[in-house]
Design a binder for this molecule. Structure first.
Ligand SMILES: [Zn+2]
Length: 283
């Protein structure tokens, strides 16, 4: 027994010396799941960490509450440890009030910007009623750091933008060798700021394409830095904005990324053990 303990201790020491090399995951650490829910024209992403904690990034439009709550319950969510409202547009925070009334929540993150809509006021009221507070979502904020998992906010980097979209909290999730970049609705200006802060940190296996595939996002240098294997676009079929734009699709195709659209595939769920990555779709 003593020998075994000594061995574990030595192994732990060695692991601690690994430096910048990717960590070798302890066996049985489990999988990370990232669900891109089909909520029509909007965003809603559920992240389930191997230790059982959950994070929700956005909550679709006001009329998606039933779909989202039903999905979260089916996925076994009892508590949302981290909740992010990327920016206060209705297609991102629409059902956040109902979600926060339904599930106990831990930390809530939103960018420091306000908008004069009923939807936004509903969210703020619910946050207050539930005794929660809002942590400002901005570059440099760490949402979670645990073992080989890290969740970091990489944008917004500025404090004043003309477009509400550029206030979008952009989230980088890393598990071992696998990473996800959730770009919210960040547009070219925010993308340029992220690039200026360090292109290397943007590289990701899965990119949640910014702003539903609009041409105002996914600038060529940004896409080059992310270099995704999978590009997820969250949108409704035949939407009034005519997303995704052809130029954006062309750019994505040229990078060789596999494009997965919620209007075509329904809900898209990625599973990774920190080494390999698989996905499944369901309508
Ligand atoms: Zn949007």
């Amino acid at each position: 027994m003593k020998k075994l303990l000594a061995f574990i201790f030595a192994a732990a020491l060695l692991a601690g010396c690994a430096g910048d090399r990717p960590e070798i995951l302890p066996e049985g650490e489990g999988n990370l799941k990232v669900h891109f829910l089909d909520v029509g024209q909007g965003d809603c992403i559920l992240v389930q960490f191997p230790d059982g904690r959950n994070m929700l990034v956005d909550a679709g439009k006001n009329d998606s509450a039933g779909v989202i709550v039903g999905y979260l319950k089916k996925a076994g969510v009892k508590k949302l440890d981290f909740v992010v409202g990327t920016h206060p547009h209705e297609d991102h925070i629409g059902s956040l009030d109902v979600v926060l009334k339904t599930f106990p929540a831990g930390e809530v993150f939103m960018p420091r910007v306000t908008t004069n809509t009923r939807t936004f006021r509903d969210v703020l009221e619910t946050v207050k009623d539930r005794g929660l507070t809002i942590t400002t979502a901005r570059a440099g904020v760490s949402i979670l750091k645990s073992g080989s998992i890290s969740v970091d906010i990489v944008a917004p980097r500025g404090t004043q933008y003309e477009s509400l979209n550029n206030y979008s909290a952009v989230i980088k999730i890393t598990y071992g060798r696998v990473s996800f970049l959730l770009a919210g609705d960040a547009e070219e200006q925010s993308e340029a700021e992220m690039l200026a802060a360090g292109a290397a940190g943007l590289k990701a296996d899965v990119l949640k394409v910014g702003h539903h595939g609009s041409r105002t996002s996914t600038s060529t240098p940004f896409l080059k830095a992310v270099a995704p294997r999978y590009a997820v676009i969250s949108l409704a079929a035949d939407n009034e904005y005519q997303y995704p734009h052809g130029v954006t699709l062309d750019k994505l195709k040229k990078t060789g990324a596999r494009i997965l659209r919620t209007d075509e595939k329904g809900t898209i769920v990625f599973t990774t053990d920190g080494e390999k990555i698989t996905f499944a779709t369901a309508r």
